[in-house]
Design a protein around this ligand. Structure first.
Ligand code: 5AD
Length: 459
């Protein structure tokens, strides 16, 4: 299909079906999503494919005759959680044998047949490049064999599919699928396949439609989102193009790779007022030798210089990160380099993990997983304590300052308050006053914890 001329055709044509499901075949489908925002976005894509084929999405499991778990494989505990959920669902299937259970996404791709062996009652196992076949697979479900759709397809970008999103103020937009980086700890390239970017023109049109539908904020998604490219257009140009869309209040993106943090990206962040001043920049380790074993393609020094440049160009920058402790061969001295780098950079917040060996990755083949579990636990506890202290200190400095907050919804704890995010993605809670969801309001901060800012709307 010619680039830039993609139209969103009825999907059943591509899926090889003659027509949408007849009312008799139409199913009530419930999707449960695990893992990252990319999975949230993929579930919206699955809903788009299924409804275009005459099926109906339902928001309660009790109303469903098909349940699809859209899963994550990044760490072992993500898979354990889904296996436990499957056992629960099997109880229901014993009572209602017609219930169709599908496992979709990264864990389906990772475990394939092993999953069917562990949970023989599963009817469908569909990887991230197989969603187009979901309607066909549903029709093909038999009592005997599970339907396996686990072929990766480097050309599959679902560009012609219109996702079905929940109404809200923030929309996720996948701009790139797959990953070409080969970090040794990571399962993603093996379960999501090669990197592919969607056409810039199509993405800008998508953002225009999202604004028309009432979304105020768009989050651009990719595994290494800033390696985006469409012919001569790079990620910086995409940011500029999207930020120019009339009526779009905010654009964010996640997650960038430090090696692809070009001047073009930094310029777009610094120069476009609606590109948020928040960067989630995974460090993984503060030790160059560990980074080398991880094949992160940058040194601790290069990362430091990048942060210095970012902070110079974008003084208000809110910086967050991902850290792994206890990677193969990580010595106490190497761990301390991570600890010290976190103390030096002072991230606003961080996601911190113990290394979890994943079968099929390069690290699994090349290095023993030799840091003992209690030691991984100790290291994790230490950096969490450090980060909590730093986050609380940084947030305390916001007291007395005023931030523009996009109102997202009612606070879970107090129906008289709203919550929303600052430009830097800090959760803020405040009395509703005269505001409504979707408004941009100025909130003066009165107090703060490591995770939340609390304040009042000021006029
Ligand atoms: N073990 C622990 N954490 C991992 N991550 C990715 N793979 C692993 C693994 N095998 C973390 C990285 C990444 C985040 C999404 O998950 O920090 O940035």
């Amino acid at each position: 299909m010619e680039k830039n001329s993609i139209t969103r055709l009825p999907i059943y044509q591509k899926a090889g079906l003659k027509r949408p499901a007849s009312p008799a075949q139409a199913r009530q489908i419930y999707i449960e999503t695990y893992g990252c925002q990319m999975n949230v976005s993929d579930s919206e894509l699955m809903a788009g494919i299924l409804t275009q084929n005459g099926h109906q999405m339902v928001s309660h499991l009790d109303d469903a005759d098909v349940v699809l778990l859209n899963t994550c494989a990044i760490r072992e505990n993500a898979e354990t959680k889904v296996l436990n959920r499957l056992k629960q669902l099997n109880h229901r299937k014993r009572r209602e044998p017609e219930l169709i259970i599908g496992v979709c996404g990264c864990m389906a791709q990772h475990l394939r047949n092993q999953l069917v062996e562990a949970a023989p009652y599963v009817d469908l196992v569909m990887g991230p490049d197989a969603y187009r076949n979901l309607p066909m697979a549903l029709n093909a479900v038999t009592n005997r064999d599970a339907f396996l759709g686990v072929r990766l397809d480097k050309n599959e970008d679902y560009a012609d599919i219109a996702p079905i999103r929940k109404e809200g103020i923030r929309a996720w937009l996948t701009i790139q699928r797959g990953c070409d980086k080969m970090c040794t700890f990571c399962i993603v390239p093996f379960v999501r396949g090669r990197e592919r970017s969607l056409p810039l023109k199509l993405l800008v049109e998508d953002v225009e439609k999202l604004v028309d539908q009432g979304f105020k904020e768009v989050v651009l998604l990719g595994q290494t989102v800033n390696s985006y490219h469409d012919d001569d257009y790079d990620f910086g140009e995409l940011l500029y193009a999207v930020s120019d869309v009339n009526g779009l209040e905010r654009v964010r993106f996640t997650s960038p790779h430090p090696a692809d943090a070009t001047d073009s990206m930094i310029d777009a962040m610094a120069n476009s007022p609606n590109v948020c001043n928040h960067l989630h920049l995974p460090l993984q380790s503060g030790s160059t030798s560990v980074l080398e074993r991880m094949r992160r393609t940058y040194t601790a020094e290069a990362y430091r210089s990048l942060v210095a440049k970012l902070r110079e160009r974008i003084p208000e920058l809110v910086l967050t990160t991902d850290i792994i402790v206890g990677f193969c061969g990580e010595t106490e001295a190497e761990f301390m380099q991570t600890y010290e780098m976190m103390a030096e950079i002072r991230y606003d917040s961080a996601f911190m993990f113990k290394y979890s060996e994943r079968e099929g990755t390069l690290a699994h083949k090349a290095f023993p997983d030799d840091v003992p579990e209690p030691e991984k636990g100790r290291r994790l506890t230490e950096i969490i304590a450090l980060q909590e202290r730093i986050s609380a200190e940084i947030n305390t400095t916001t007291v007395g300052q005023t931030f523009t907050v996009l109102v997202e919804g009612e606070s879970r704890r107090d129906a008289n308050r709203y919550h929303g995010k600052t430009d830097g993605f800090k959760t803020t809670v405040f009395p509703k006053a005269d505001s409504t969801v979707g408004d941009m309001v100025d909130v003066c901060i009165a107090s703060a914890t490591a995770h939340t800012l609390i304040g009042q709307i000021v006029s």
